[in-house]
Ligand binder design. Structure first.
Ligand code: PNS
Length: 165
């Protein structure tokens, strides 16, 4: 496996500014970055996977992230199966707090046992520390303004009336 190729997996339901911050940082560190929309059976989804892919592609374009980013989805099998398919040696996760460390650590250890793949934790800008997709889903469902928390493409999709950003 190639340690210059990394995967940033997540539900991205929807993508947030925190996600884009981690994607931008990881794209600067690795030669090739796969942003992977993974179906998480533990979470009830708001958006279909195809919509999340489209919003990620638009957001990555709008935010001017380098041209070494591939957006893909994975709904059958293990995350490490995708990583092995694309020869990626690294998984990248954004860490906002100790709660994220506690959530991510067991997955990182299991993924290392499964496929000898390393997980790298990146720290996003603290400005995004309180942003989560679940909070954005809740605010959007109740008619609130999500534009401070999400890329422009996502804000326009969730609330076409705002013309945000
Ligand atoms: O954005 P999320 O919901 O916190 O992302 C979690 C995700 C999708 C990355 C995680 O659920 C995952 O890795 N799922 C893939 C299934 C898998 O490989 N499980 C075994 C090792 S953790």
């Amino acid at each position: 496996m190639n340690n210059r190729i990394a995967v940033v997996p997540g539900s991205f339901d929807p993508p947030t500014l925190g996600h884009l911050d981690v994607i931008r940082r990881a794209a600067a560190l690795y030669d090739e970055l796969h942003v992977l929309v993974v179906h998480n059976p533990g979470k009830e989804a708001m958006l279909p996977i195809a919509q999340r892919l489209s919003l990620l592609e638009q957001s990555i374009g709008e935010e001017g992230v380098e041209g070494n980013v591939v957006v893909a989805s994975w709904s059958v099998g293990l995350l490490v199966d995708y990583a092995q398919d694309v020869d990626a040696g690294v998984l990248v996760k954004g860490i906002r707090s100790q709660i994220d460390v506690a959530y991510e650590t067991p997955m990182a250890i299991v993924n290392r046992h499964l496929a000898d793949i390393e997980t790298v934790f990146l720290l996003p800008d603290p400005a995004h520390a309180l942003v989560s997709s679940s909070l954005v889903r809740q605010v959007a469902a109740l008619g609130g303004d999500v534009s401070p928390y999400v890329p422009g493409a996502v804000a326009r999709f969730l609330d076409p009336g705002t013309g945000a950003r």
